[in-house]
Design a protein around this ligand. Structure first.
Ligand code: FAD
Length: 445
């Protein structure tokens, strides 16, 4: 049956709607184009209508209309995801959360926000009482907190606080369901994992409680090294240095630094570099660590200076890929858990220039480990898959950024709790259809 868009638009006419095709097209896409594979598959996908609710009661009205007319619904935060998470595969309504941007409360260690709150804007407020987000992606300035929970995983802060999926990284959520009579449910404790990183396939998050970290004054530094593996070992040593409070440990093999044109004068040709954020009262032990690894500090910004200009954060995590691709669009990337430096070294020698190594250190089950967002010189899909396979055969874990399927991009296993929760809250399978393998297989069976 054909969808009755005029009636749907009428029913929701009192809300903030975007119907013009250019506006809808813009809010249908994200940063999927980092992947040449996703680019081909997703570039033509569009929603039919964008709605920007301002509160939960408007979200409930949208949910009701979607269920009544059986139209797909895709939730969108800032649309900075890299795997087409918020690209509607089957058209329908795009629910843009950016106007739901109220901070409910902030107290020491914990805050409650609406999903459309931008992370940097939140931190500005939280720092007034000496706290900040425990972790945030390099899209921190634009990304929403709801979008980070729905589609993100790690970022600055992860060297100390681990990943979003770790117990404790998300405390509570309110979700609106797409049942015949949409409801508001509150999940707390381990229950939150049902919707954590579920790509908005099983409930519209309308409020979240998130833990905070003490806001230290962060100094930003660049350290350069003659040898790549010395830079990598320095990164591991800093990650393991429990006496040095830190927020970012990002290592780049040459020629990656050559893509950072704005920092050219701090990045000598042919040298490998570390971008770090260190609590300013820990600079002395940090400098001793630099000396031990024969590094050279070429850039140092005080917390005040760093808060004014572009943060080094915006050269790290997936901003590295963004900057490199702006110079060489044939580059793409992989997301890798190397787990050990031995594996990093092996891959460094095995792939050479085809997979330029970019490491981000993060805490994984209590240990600092090297993860990679290596830059790949793309040739064919077959070769890309071969590179992935080789990494996996050698014991590395790949979170494949070249698929829009939730499970295939992450741990490769179907999360039954998430699928069962979807059965309950989205019985018609209207939420972000086509993204959850567990649901697709259930439909086939
Ligand atoms: P969106 O892209 O809008 O949404 C992400 C997913 O969450 C979608 O599936 C959407 O449907 C769902 N969603 C959004 N809001 C809700 C809601 N209220 N209820 C239910 N589901 C919802 N990611 C990292 O983890 N770490 C990084 O360091 C990082 N660096 C990046 C660098 C660049 C240059 C780019 C382009 C991306 C990067 N990303 C990174 C990916 C992305 O920017 C982050 O994950 C970001 O937090 C997503 O937020 P968003 O508001 O843009 O979400």
């Amino acid at each position: 049956t054909l969808t009755d868009w005029p009636t749907i638009t009428d029913e929701l006419a009192h809300l903030d709607l975007i119907t013009d095709p250019t506006g809808v097209a813009k809010l249908s896409l994200d940063y999927y184009h980092f992947s040449p594979i996703l680019e081909k598959k997703l570039q033509d996908k569009r929603g039919n209508l964008v709605i920007r609710p301002v509160n939960e009661s408007e979200v409930l009205q949208i949910a009701k209309t979607c269920v009544k007319h059986k139209v797909p619904l895709t939730v969108r935060g800032a649309g900075t995801g890299n795997y087409g998470q918020c690209i509607p595969l089957e058209g329908g309504i795009i629910l843009d959360t950016t106007k739901m941007n109220q901070i409910r409360w902030i107290k020491p260690g914990l805050a409650c926000v609406e999903p459309g709150v931008k992370m940097a804007a939140f931190d500005k407020k939280a720092r007034e009482i000496g706290w900040e987000l425990r972790m945030a992606p390099s899209t921190y300035r634009t990304a929403t907190i709801g979008g980070f929970i729905g589609g993100g995983s790690v970022g600055m802060g992860s060297i100390t606080y681990g990943q979003l999926r770790d117990r404790g990284s998300l405390r509570a959520v309110r979700v609106v369901t797409l049942e015949d009579e949409p409801r508001i449910l509150e999940l707390r404790g381990d229950e939150v994992q049902k919707v954590n990183h579920a790509y908005g396939t099983n409930g519209i998050i309308t409020e979240l409680e998130i833990p905070l970290a003490p806001a230290h004054p962060w100094v930003e530094l660049i350290v350069v090294f003659d040898e790549f593996m010395t830079a990598a070992r320095f990164g591991q040593a800093l990650g393991d240095s429990d006496g040095i409070v830190k927020k970012l440990v990002s290592i780049h093999a040459w020629p990656i630094p050559s893509y950072f044109t704005a920092l050219e004068s701090y990045l000598p040709k042919g040298k490998h570099c570390a971008f770090v954020m260190i609590a300013d009262y820990d600079l002395e032990p940090f400098q001793d660590l630099v000396k031990e690894y024969n590094g050279q500090v070429t850039y140092q910004k005080t917390p005040q200076e760093a808060s004014k200009g572009t943060s080094l954060l915006e050269f790290t995590w997936n901003h590295t890929t963004l900057l490199a691709r702006s110079i060489d669009p044939n580059l793409t990337y992989l997301q890798t858990f190397y787990f050990t430096l031995e594996r990093v070294e092996q891959m460094y020698h095995h792939f050479g220039d085809e997979a330029m190594i970019h490491l981000e250190f993060l805490r994984f089950h209590g240990k600092a480990i090297p993860a990679g967002l290596q830059l790949i010189r793309f040739t064919t899909e077959e070769r890309l898959n071969e590179i992935i396979r080789y990494h996996e055969e050698q014991g590395a874990g790949i979170a494949n950024p070249h698929t829009y399927i939730l499970e295939d991009g992450g741990r490769k296993v179907i999360d039954l709790d998430q699928v069962c929760f979807k059965e309950k809250v989205d019985p018609y399978g209207l939420m972000n259809p086509g993204k959850m393998r567990g649901w697709l297989e259930r439909e086939k069976a």
